[in-house]
Design a binder for this molecule. Structure first.
Ligand SMILES: Nc1ncnc2c1ncn2[C@@H]1O[C@H](COP(=O)(O)OP(=O)(O)O)[C@@H](O)[C@H]1O
Ligand code: SF4
Ligand SMILES: [Mg+2]
Length: 340
């Protein structure tokens, strides 16, 4: 069952240098009880899209169109108050830095109790009990609830931020780069906890990350973003084993496996386009080793195949052959990339 369905969501920022089109094709689905990864390199609009789904955006941001259908209702078309009402109760958010979720001057347990009392209307005693329960749920020792955030390790702070997001039993948790600041061992422990929570509580998770190995480790489905647009989505096994968009092919070559670090890595050369004046054709054309003339003049639509695997590339039909070529690191060297 689909919990969240986002179609062509567009979000602009007003900046001194002009309007920046941070998200222009935000299209994704999250099913009940699914862990969905939202992946793409830094600056491609992941945080903007993820935050927009909570209805709370920076002051200089504007929704420019699209649909955000959650539990059957289009939140973007409805009154803002109705969307706001869902925050923390039905949809919760773990910000990019766990320190942003925790106030350094209050004990961690006290903060959690405050959240439960203010947002959930719990009494003092009930909030204290629920805090102990939440600590246990994310693998923290409840005795440490009297400590301050700086006394927690990075992994513990991240667990506390996740516990805070789970406080009011939401059906969707959006976690923005929840393990990025952690070392690999702790990353795995926190991801294992997230996965475990998903299966025990049935909560859906939209996990934002720039690291495709995190997606491979923990997600059911993946949504790949490039320069403000979703360019590919599907089941993790399908997308990683047989990517249909050259950007995804490049991403899978650019990261070590979370299980076995090392190996030959081939970064995608060049940089994403300026989102104040994105190109009219395919936004990846400047960096794509497979670009043809049409790619530079016409933007490829996101097309969903019968198996649910979606991609936005004029050469999708040749994806298997292109993926084979893309596995060779030489494909991504400056001399072979079309940007060179
Ligand atoms: N508050 C803001 N005002 C103006 N531009 C912003 C703001 N936040 C992000 N951006 C710009 O929007 C684009 C997308 O950023 P972001 O959503 O943070 O991407 P990601 O999370 O993938 O790194 C980037 O070009 C970034 O510089
Ligand atoms: S549309 Fe063209 S430039 Fe864009 S990803 Fe496909 S082949 Fe590359
Ligand atoms: Mg981000």
């Amino acid at each position: 069952m689909t919990l969240l369905s986002v179609r062509n969501l567009a979000v602009d920022y007003a900046t001194k240098g002009g309007t920046l089109h941070a998200v222009s094709r935000g299209t994704l689905e999250v099913g009940a009880g699914e862990v969905v990864g939202l992946v793409g390199e830094s600056g491609c609009g992941k945080t903007t899209l993820a935050r927009a789904l909570t209805g709370v955006v920076p002051r200089n941001a504007t929704f420019k169109g699209g649909e955000v259908v959650f539990e059957g209702k289009d939140l973007l078309a409805g009154p803002p108050a109705a969307w706001k009402d869902l925050l923390w109760r039905r949809i919760s958010f773990v910000p990019q830095s766990s320190m942003n979720a925790l106030d350094p001057v209050y004990r961690v347990g006290t903060q959690m109790e405050e959240v439960l009392r203010l947002r959930g209307g719990l009494g003092r005693e009930a909030a204290r009990n629920r805090t102990a329960e939440l600590f246990g749920l994310v693998g923290l020792d409840a005795k440490r609830s009297v400590e301050y955030p700086h006394q927690f390790s990075g992994g513990m702070r991240q667990r506390a931020a996740i516990a805070m997001a789970l406080a009011l039993e939401p059906s969707l948790v959006i976690a923005d780069e929840p393990v990025t600041a952690l070392d690999v061992i702790v990353q795995r422990q926190v991801l294992d906890t997230l996965r475990d929570l998903q299966s025990r509580l049935g909560v859906s998770v939209l996990l934002v990350t720039h690291d495709i190995s995190v997606v491979a480790y923990v997600c059911d489905r993946v949504v790949v973003m490039y320069a403000g647009e979703v360019v590919e989505s599907g089941k993790v096994g399908d997308v990683l084993a047989a990517p249909r968009h050259p950007y995804t092919m490049g991403l899978t070559n650019a990261f070590p496996d979370l299980e076995r670090a090392g190996g030959t890595l081939a970064p995608i050369m060049g940089a994403p386009p300026d989102l104040r004046s994105p190109p009219t054709g395919c936004r990846f054309a400047e960096r794509c080793p497979f670009a043809v003339a049409r790619c530079r003049s016409e933007s490829p639509p996101l097309t969903v195949a019968a198996d649910g695997h979606a991609s936005a590339c004029w050469r999708s039909d040749e994806a298997a052959a292109l993926a084979e070529t893309a596995r060779d690191p030489a494909t991504w060297t400056p001399t072979s990339a079309s940007a060179a």
